[in-house]
Ligand binder design. Sequence first.
Ligand SMILES: [Zn+2]
Length: 319
Amino acid sequence: INAQSSIGSDTMYNVVATLPGKDSLQVILCAHYDAITSTMWTYTPGADDNASGVMGVLEAARIMGTHNWQHTLRFVLFSGEELGLWGSEAYVKDAVEAGDSMIAALNMDMIAYNSDVLPHMDIHCNPSDAASQDMGQMLIELIDIYELDIVPDQHIFDATDRSDHYWFWQYDIPAALLIEDFDDFNPFFHTTNDRLSKLDTAYMAEAVRLALGWAASEAGLVEEPGIRDQALEQPELVSLRLSSAVVHNHLWLEISSPHSLTPVIYDASGQRVKTLETIQGSSGSVRIPIEVSDLPRGVYWITVSAKDSFVSERFVLVR
Ligand SMILES: [Zn+2]
Protein backbone atom coordinates (compact mmCIF):
# COMPACT_ATOMS: atom_id res chain seq x y z
CA ILE A 1 0.00 0.00 0.00
CA ASN A 2 1.47 3.31 -1.05
CA ALA A 3 0.56 6.79 0.07
CA GLN A 4 -0.16 8.67 -3.14
CA SER A 5 -1.93 11.98 -2.59
CA SER A 6 -2.85 14.33 0.19
CA ILE A 7 -5.46 16.93 1.13
CA GLY A 8 -4.62 19.29 3.93
CA SER A 9 -3.09 17.13 6.59
CA ASP A 10 -4.93 13.97 5.52
CA THR A 11 -3.26 11.28 3.47
CA MET A 12 -5.21 9.15 1.00
CA TYR A 13 -4.08 5.78 -0.22
CA ASN A 14 -4.12 3.89 -3.48
CA VAL A 15 -4.11 0.13 -3.06
CA VAL A 16 -1.70 -1.57 -5.47
CA ALA A 17 -1.13 -5.30 -5.91
CA THR A 18 1.48 -6.68 -8.30
CA LEU A 19 1.40 -10.18 -9.78
CA PRO A 20 4.88 -10.58 -11.26
CA GLY A 21 5.08 -12.01 -14.76
CA LYS A 22 8.04 -13.41 -16.68
CA ASP A 23 8.80 -9.89 -17.85
CA SER A 24 8.19 -6.49 -16.31
CA LEU A 25 5.80 -5.11 -18.94
CA GLN A 26 2.64 -4.19 -17.07
CA VAL A 27 -1.03 -4.85 -17.76
CA ILE A 28 -3.24 -2.81 -15.43
CA LEU A 29 -6.77 -3.41 -14.17
CA CYS A 30 -8.04 -0.50 -12.12
CA ALA A 31 -11.03 1.10 -10.41
CA HIS A 32 -11.57 3.86 -7.88
CA TYR A 33 -12.65 2.84 -4.40
CA ASP A 34 -13.76 6.19 -3.00
CA ALA A 35 -17.44 7.15 -3.13
CA ILE A 36 -19.39 10.39 -2.80
CA THR A 37 -22.93 11.68 -2.49
CA SER A 38 -24.10 15.10 -3.59
CA THR A 39 -25.05 15.82 0.04
CA MET A 40 -21.94 16.18 2.15
CA TRP A 41 -21.31 14.07 5.25
CA THR A 42 -24.04 11.53 4.65
CA TYR A 43 -24.07 7.78 4.27
CA THR A 44 -22.35 6.94 0.99
CA PRO A 45 -22.89 3.33 -0.05
CA GLY A 46 -21.41 3.69 -3.56
CA ALA A 47 -22.44 0.20 -4.63
CA ASP A 48 -22.38 0.91 -8.36
CA ASP A 49 -20.01 3.90 -8.15
CA ASN A 50 -17.71 2.21 -7.58
CA ALA A 51 -17.81 -0.90 -5.41
CA SER A 52 -18.78 -2.66 -8.67
CA GLY A 53 -15.49 -1.78 -10.36
CA VAL A 54 -13.51 -2.59 -7.21
CA MET A 55 -15.17 -6.00 -7.07
CA GLY A 56 -14.19 -6.54 -10.72
CA VAL A 57 -10.53 -5.81 -9.96
CA LEU A 58 -10.54 -8.04 -6.87
CA GLU A 59 -12.26 -10.94 -8.62
CA ALA A 60 -9.85 -10.76 -11.57
CA ALA A 61 -6.93 -10.69 -9.12
CA ARG A 62 -8.30 -13.69 -7.25
CA ILE A 63 -8.59 -15.76 -10.41
CA MET A 64 -5.44 -14.57 -12.18
CA GLY A 65 -3.39 -15.07 -9.02
CA THR A 66 -3.60 -18.84 -9.45
CA HIS A 67 -1.89 -18.77 -12.87
CA ASN A 68 1.40 -17.66 -14.38
CA TRP A 69 1.61 -14.82 -16.89
CA GLN A 70 4.11 -13.54 -19.41
CA HIS A 71 3.57 -9.89 -18.44
CA THR A 72 3.26 -8.44 -14.99
CA LEU A 73 -0.25 -7.65 -13.74
CA ARG A 74 -1.04 -4.64 -11.64
CA PHE A 75 -4.36 -4.49 -9.79
CA VAL A 76 -4.86 -0.91 -8.71
CA LEU A 77 -7.60 0.69 -6.61
CA PHE A 78 -7.51 4.46 -6.68
CA SER A 79 -8.53 6.92 -4.02
CA GLY A 80 -9.74 10.47 -4.59
CA GLU A 81 -11.36 9.90 -7.98
CA GLU A 82 -14.52 11.78 -7.04
CA LEU A 83 -12.44 14.72 -5.80
CA GLY A 84 -10.68 15.13 -9.14
CA LEU A 85 -8.88 11.92 -10.16
CA TRP A 86 -6.28 12.50 -7.47
CA GLY A 87 -5.23 8.90 -6.91
CA SER A 88 -4.81 8.06 -10.58
CA GLU A 89 -2.93 11.31 -11.24
CA ALA A 90 -0.42 10.49 -8.52
CA TYR A 91 -0.21 6.84 -9.54
CA VAL A 92 0.41 7.40 -13.25
CA LYS A 93 2.87 10.25 -12.68
CA ASP A 94 4.84 8.17 -10.18
CA ALA A 95 4.79 5.08 -12.44
CA VAL A 96 5.98 7.07 -15.46
CA GLU A 97 8.73 8.63 -13.37
CA ALA A 98 9.74 5.20 -12.05
CA GLY A 99 10.06 3.98 -15.65
CA ASP A 100 7.23 1.42 -15.48
CA SER A 101 6.46 -0.07 -18.92
CA MET A 102 2.68 0.07 -18.97
CA ILE A 103 1.25 -1.81 -21.98
CA ALA A 104 -2.41 -1.04 -21.33
CA ALA A 105 -4.90 -0.19 -18.59
CA LEU A 106 -8.58 -1.06 -18.28
CA ASN A 107 -10.60 1.13 -15.94
CA MET A 108 -13.89 -0.17 -14.53
CA ASP A 109 -16.15 2.56 -13.15
CA MET A 110 -19.86 1.72 -12.62
CA ILE A 111 -20.42 -1.66 -14.26
CA ALA A 112 -23.52 -2.92 -12.48
CA TYR A 113 -26.63 -0.84 -13.32
CA ASN A 114 -28.90 -2.10 -16.06
CA SER A 115 -32.63 -1.39 -15.87
CA ASP A 116 -33.62 -2.51 -19.35
CA VAL A 117 -33.52 -5.82 -21.19
CA LEU A 118 -30.59 -4.90 -23.43
CA PRO A 119 -27.23 -5.43 -21.70
CA HIS A 120 -25.52 -2.46 -23.35
CA MET A 121 -22.09 -1.59 -22.05
CA ASP A 122 -19.98 1.39 -23.10
CA ILE A 123 -16.31 1.16 -23.99
CA HIS A 124 -14.63 4.57 -24.06
CA CYS A 125 -11.38 4.88 -26.02
CA ASN A 126 -8.89 7.69 -26.44
CA PRO A 127 -9.81 9.63 -29.62
CA SER A 128 -6.16 10.52 -30.20
CA ASP A 129 -4.64 7.08 -29.62
CA ALA A 130 -5.08 4.27 -32.15
CA ALA A 131 -3.81 1.72 -29.62
CA SER A 132 -6.59 2.66 -27.21
CA GLN A 133 -9.11 2.26 -30.03
CA ASP A 134 -7.62 -1.15 -30.90
CA MET A 135 -8.06 -2.07 -27.26
CA GLY A 136 -11.77 -1.24 -27.66
CA GLN A 137 -11.94 -3.51 -30.72
CA MET A 138 -10.22 -6.26 -28.79
CA LEU A 139 -12.82 -5.96 -26.01
CA ILE A 140 -15.59 -6.28 -28.61
CA GLU A 141 -13.87 -9.37 -30.09
CA LEU A 142 -13.64 -10.90 -26.63
CA ILE A 143 -17.38 -10.42 -26.04
CA ASP A 144 -17.87 -12.52 -29.16
CA ILE A 145 -15.19 -15.13 -28.37
CA TYR A 146 -16.44 -15.73 -24.84
CA GLU A 147 -20.11 -15.39 -25.88
CA LEU A 148 -20.76 -12.80 -23.21
CA ASP A 149 -24.20 -11.32 -22.74
CA ILE A 150 -23.02 -7.77 -23.46
CA VAL A 151 -23.96 -5.45 -26.30
CA PRO A 152 -20.92 -3.20 -26.69
CA ASP A 153 -21.06 0.48 -27.65
CA GLN A 154 -17.61 1.78 -28.49
CA HIS A 155 -17.19 5.51 -27.94
CA ILE A 156 -14.22 7.28 -29.50
CA PHE A 157 -14.95 10.82 -30.59
CA ASP A 158 -17.60 11.29 -27.89
CA ALA A 159 -15.60 9.36 -25.28
CA THR A 160 -15.69 10.59 -21.72
CA ASP A 161 -12.44 11.35 -19.94
CA ARG A 162 -14.13 11.79 -16.55
CA SER A 163 -12.63 8.87 -14.72
CA ASP A 164 -9.21 7.46 -13.91
CA HIS A 165 -8.33 6.33 -17.46
CA TYR A 166 -7.82 10.05 -18.16
CA TRP A 167 -4.38 10.05 -16.57
CA PHE A 168 -3.24 7.07 -18.64
CA TRP A 169 -4.44 8.93 -21.75
CA GLN A 170 -2.43 11.97 -20.68
CA TYR A 171 0.74 9.88 -20.90
CA ASP A 172 -0.22 8.05 -24.13
CA ILE A 173 -0.68 4.75 -22.34
CA PRO A 174 -3.37 2.74 -24.14
CA ALA A 175 -6.37 2.73 -21.82
CA ALA A 176 -10.12 2.33 -21.97
CA LEU A 177 -13.10 2.77 -19.68
CA LEU A 178 -15.66 0.02 -19.23
CA ILE A 179 -18.92 1.52 -17.94
CA GLU A 180 -22.64 0.82 -18.01
CA ASP A 181 -24.78 2.25 -20.77
CA PHE A 182 -24.91 6.07 -20.67
CA ASP A 183 -28.42 5.88 -22.18
CA ASP A 184 -29.59 3.76 -19.24
CA PHE A 185 -27.65 5.52 -16.54
CA ASN A 186 -27.96 4.82 -12.82
CA PRO A 187 -30.49 7.36 -11.42
CA PHE A 188 -29.12 6.69 -7.92
CA PHE A 189 -25.64 7.87 -8.96
CA HIS A 190 -24.02 9.88 -6.14
CA THR A 191 -26.98 9.37 -3.78
CA THR A 192 -27.51 7.42 -0.58
CA ASN A 193 -29.54 4.96 -2.67
CA ASP A 194 -26.60 3.72 -4.72
CA ARG A 195 -27.09 0.27 -3.19
CA LEU A 196 -26.63 -3.35 -4.13
CA SER A 197 -30.42 -3.86 -4.26
CA LYS A 198 -30.58 -1.51 -7.28
CA LEU A 199 -27.99 -3.42 -9.29
CA ASP A 200 -28.10 -6.14 -11.92
CA THR A 201 -25.50 -8.56 -10.65
CA ALA A 202 -25.76 -10.90 -13.66
CA TYR A 203 -24.91 -7.95 -15.92
CA MET A 204 -22.04 -7.00 -13.63
CA ALA A 205 -20.66 -10.54 -13.73
CA GLU A 206 -20.53 -10.40 -17.54
CA ALA A 207 -18.58 -7.14 -17.35
CA VAL A 208 -16.10 -8.73 -14.93
CA ARG A 209 -15.71 -11.75 -17.25
CA LEU A 210 -14.90 -9.33 -20.04
CA ALA A 211 -12.29 -7.47 -17.98
CA LEU A 212 -10.75 -10.75 -16.88
CA GLY A 213 -10.70 -12.08 -20.46
CA TRP A 214 -9.04 -8.89 -21.61
CA ALA A 215 -6.38 -8.93 -18.89
CA ALA A 216 -5.67 -12.61 -19.59
CA SER A 217 -5.33 -11.96 -23.32
CA GLU A 218 -3.03 -9.00 -22.73
CA ALA A 219 -0.88 -10.65 -20.09
CA GLY A 220 -0.51 -14.01 -21.85
CA LEU A 221 -0.97 -17.26 -19.97
CA VAL A 222 2.27 -19.18 -19.43
CA GLU A 223 2.01 -22.93 -18.91
CA GLU A 224 5.53 -23.46 -17.66
CA PRO A 225 6.34 -22.89 -13.98
CA GLY A 226 6.44 -19.27 -13.04
CA ILE A 227 7.00 -17.28 -9.90
CA ARG A 228 3.98 -18.73 -8.17
CA ASP A 229 5.14 -22.32 -8.63
CA GLN A 230 8.60 -21.48 -7.36
CA ALA A 231 7.02 -20.02 -4.25
CA LEU A 232 4.97 -23.18 -3.75
CA GLU A 233 7.79 -25.63 -4.50
CA GLN A 234 7.96 -26.89 -0.92
CA PRO A 235 4.43 -26.29 0.31
CA GLU A 236 4.63 -29.00 2.97
CA LEU A 237 7.55 -27.27 4.72
CA VAL A 238 5.23 -25.10 6.75
CA SER A 239 1.81 -26.16 7.85
CA LEU A 240 -0.68 -24.50 10.12
CA ARG A 241 -3.82 -25.99 11.57
CA LEU A 242 -6.35 -24.75 14.09
CA SER A 243 -7.99 -27.26 16.39
CA SER A 244 -11.24 -25.38 15.84
CA ALA A 245 -12.36 -22.56 13.57
CA VAL A 246 -14.65 -21.25 16.30
CA VAL A 247 -12.71 -19.86 19.22
CA HIS A 248 -13.63 -18.57 22.69
CA ASN A 249 -10.70 -17.31 24.75
CA HIS A 250 -7.80 -19.17 23.26
CA LEU A 251 -7.04 -21.15 20.16
CA TRP A 252 -4.82 -24.15 19.65
CA LEU A 253 -2.36 -23.81 16.87
CA GLU A 254 -0.80 -26.91 15.39
CA ILE A 255 2.25 -25.91 13.47
CA SER A 256 5.08 -27.71 11.75
CA SER A 257 8.05 -25.93 10.27
CA PRO A 258 11.81 -26.39 10.23
CA HIS A 259 12.11 -22.58 10.36
CA SER A 260 11.29 -20.24 13.22
CA LEU A 261 7.95 -18.53 12.67
CA THR A 262 6.16 -15.54 14.06
CA PRO A 263 2.38 -15.91 13.79
CA VAL A 264 0.41 -12.74 13.16
CA ILE A 265 -3.33 -12.21 13.62
CA TYR A 266 -5.25 -9.91 11.29
CA ASP A 267 -8.84 -8.80 11.58
CA ALA A 268 -11.30 -9.08 8.70
CA SER A 269 -10.38 -5.62 7.43
CA GLY A 270 -6.74 -6.63 7.08
CA GLN A 271 -5.46 -4.74 10.13
CA ARG A 272 -2.74 -6.47 12.11
CA VAL A 273 -4.17 -6.86 15.63
CA LYS A 274 -1.64 -9.12 17.33
CA THR A 275 1.90 -10.34 16.77
CA LEU A 276 2.64 -13.52 18.70
CA GLU A 277 5.85 -14.87 20.17
CA THR A 278 8.24 -16.49 17.75
CA ILE A 279 7.94 -20.28 17.58
CA GLN A 280 11.21 -22.16 17.15
CA GLY A 281 11.49 -24.45 14.15
CA SER A 282 11.35 -28.20 14.78
CA SER A 283 11.19 -31.40 12.79
CA GLY A 284 7.76 -32.47 14.02
CA SER A 285 4.58 -30.57 14.64
CA VAL A 286 3.95 -28.65 17.83
CA ARG A 287 0.68 -27.61 19.49
CA ILE A 288 0.62 -24.15 20.99
CA PRO A 289 -2.18 -22.40 22.90
CA ILE A 290 -2.69 -18.77 21.94
CA GLU A 291 -4.55 -16.37 24.19
CA VAL A 292 -7.06 -14.19 22.31
CA SER A 293 -9.33 -13.11 25.15
CA ASP A 294 -8.12 -9.52 24.67
CA LEU A 295 -9.58 -9.35 21.15
CA PRO A 296 -13.18 -8.34 20.43
CA ARG A 297 -15.43 -10.97 18.86
CA GLY A 298 -15.22 -11.17 15.09
CA VAL A 299 -13.56 -12.85 12.14
CA TYR A 300 -9.77 -13.10 12.13
CA TRP A 301 -6.95 -14.60 10.13
CA ILE A 302 -3.85 -16.10 11.64
CA THR A 303 -0.89 -16.28 9.28
CA VAL A 304 2.67 -17.50 9.31
CA SER A 305 5.32 -17.08 6.66
CA ALA A 306 8.75 -18.59 6.28
CA LYS A 307 11.09 -18.43 3.30
CA ASP A 308 8.70 -18.53 0.35
CA SER A 309 5.85 -20.25 2.10
CA PHE A 310 2.84 -18.41 3.44
CA VAL A 311 -0.11 -20.04 5.11
CA SER A 312 -3.15 -18.61 6.81
CA GLU A 313 -6.24 -19.89 8.56
CA ARG A 314 -9.44 -18.13 9.43
CA PHE A 315 -11.14 -18.31 12.80
CA VAL A 316 -14.24 -16.81 14.33
CA LEU A 317 -13.96 -15.45 17.84
CA VAL A 318 -17.20 -15.76 19.80
CA ARG A 319 -18.10 -14.76 23.34
ZN1 LIG B 1 -17.00 6.56 -10.41
